[in-house]
Design a protein around this ligand. Sequence first.
Ligand code: FAD
Length: 549
Amino acid sequence: MATSQRARALALLAGEPFDLLVIGGGINGAGIARDAAMRGLRTALVEHADFASGTSSRSSKLIHGGLRYLQEGDVRLVLEACRERERLRRLAPHLVRPQEFVFPIYRGGPVGRVKLAAGLWAYDLLAGWWNVHRHKMLSARATHAAEPALRTDGLRGAGRYWDCRTDDARLVLENVLGAIRDGAVAVSYARVTALVKEDGRISGATIVDRLGGTEVRVRARVVVNATGPWVDTITALDEPASPRLRLTKGVHLVVPRARVGNRAAVVLHAVADRRVMFVIPWGEHAVVGTTDTDHPGGPDAPPVVEASDVAYLLETVNHYFPAARLTPRDVTSTFAGLRPLIAPPAGAEVSPSSVSREEDVFVSRAGLVSIAGGKLTTYRLVAANVVDRVVDALRKAGVGRKFGRCRTSDVPLPGGETAPAVLAHAAISRDGHGLAPAVIGHLAHRYGSRLGEVLGLVAGDRALGAPLAAPLPDPRAEVVEAVRHEWAQTLEDVLRRRTQVALRDPSEGVAAADEVARLMGETLGWDAPTTADAVARYAATIEAGRRWR
Ligand SMILES: Cc1cc2nc3c(=O)[nH]c(=O)nc-3n(C[C@H](O)[C@H](O)[C@H](O)COP(=O)(O)OP(=O)(O)OC[C@H]3O[C@@H](n4cnc5c(N)ncnc54)[C@H](O)[C@@H]3O)c2cc1C
């Protein structure tokens, strides 16, 4: 977002009071802001860093019914998640796509054939009309044919079922863009430092613009705390309260898929402790994850990838895919996130993996609405529930205006209006502006019906069609798009969350950093020292993330 547009948004924050101020631009905050703006609430959204820079860009990137929750008897959660999975496929076909899973069964393993068949049958039943495809049980031979690289020793067969995968950071971004389209004011790199109260009721917040250094006081009738792992930090600005969250760390590795050899996403039981983990295909790469360990440092201590996390994940991949023989040197990149889980009652002995994934919405005496826990998959439902409460609070506060009903289950997310295959076909058969069909296909899945914005940039300057980091398909035009229309402010915003080049490129985007900084600087008006500083900061961040190596 060009500097002047950001300045305008900051000025609007300081103006007329809002109906709703949402703190936190992860999936929950972005979903709430969009829902509220669509219902006609004057809405503001502020995010401490980049949109989705918290947990919401560090997930396993699955939109799933949660087969695991079935085992725990949480039928309602599975039912809701299956329905949301289907809705999101419809509302954002460019971002939410079917993904085949193979769940192998091994002699002596924790899950036998009968139990798995029963579980998958129930999973299909709960999904009902909203199912992606029905499951199938495979013999050992059929499993070998489907996943030839999988260990055959002790293999008894497998269950094949379907969930969906997504681009988590972009799901957040499309919600932010949708909220803005419907009239919300959204600003990233804006941190809430204090809550404002009048007569004992929350009436706004103090925000520091982390890029310009100025302080803004935002007035709002209702404030929602959607800060994920930081929920307790914001709650403490309101009143002393015992912490509600238990933070656990989840680490993922990105490795070359050719080395692993998996075709579908494969469900594995970790060798060390039999926890469920996944190897998920991601283009030329596979994402391996995740770990689940307590994170005692609090939300401000970044989740750091340790050599032991890498060893834990590689041990399991190498066991089930014996030809992979992956070593830490083979890891292309890593990412780690914090799960903001609702802490079990004091004294209860619960392992990190057994802590409930359900969300909790709670309201303080001063009226601060907080949302914690939950999943990417069910964010839309959570947002609808929170906005219902906000509307109730506005009515109680005497706001007489009429607000519309929740429409997020019907109105596509930005980019989701047309199927990406249709968009790509149309663009290829017109003039691809020199871009290979595979690159246009990649762009159609990333931008959906906003594809024309990026192709228009290449039409204006063919040099923007060149790849940022060959052989990856991402053209340079994506940097310009990210800055002009998608609020990117730093190299990490572009390389990690708008394009994910940092996750798929062996240099983690460092080789492309000079060019990205040049392109960003042209739009953001950076001088030479600022550009050099941006490159140095990016390189330092990548270096810090590699300390485990
Ligand atoms: C390893 C892992 C794997 C997962 N995999 C899946 C999956 O595959 N599918 C699924 O459905 N779910 C998954 N989840 C769960 C899902 O990712 C989270 O539930 C979800 O992203 C939480 O979103 P959030 O908006 O609550 O928090 P966040 O995304 O963390 O957003 C909170 C935001 O608040 C901002 N903030 C904090 N303090 C302030 C302040 N003072 N002022 C302004 N802003 C502030 C932060 O910068 C942050 O961006 C996974 C989670 C983890 C950790």
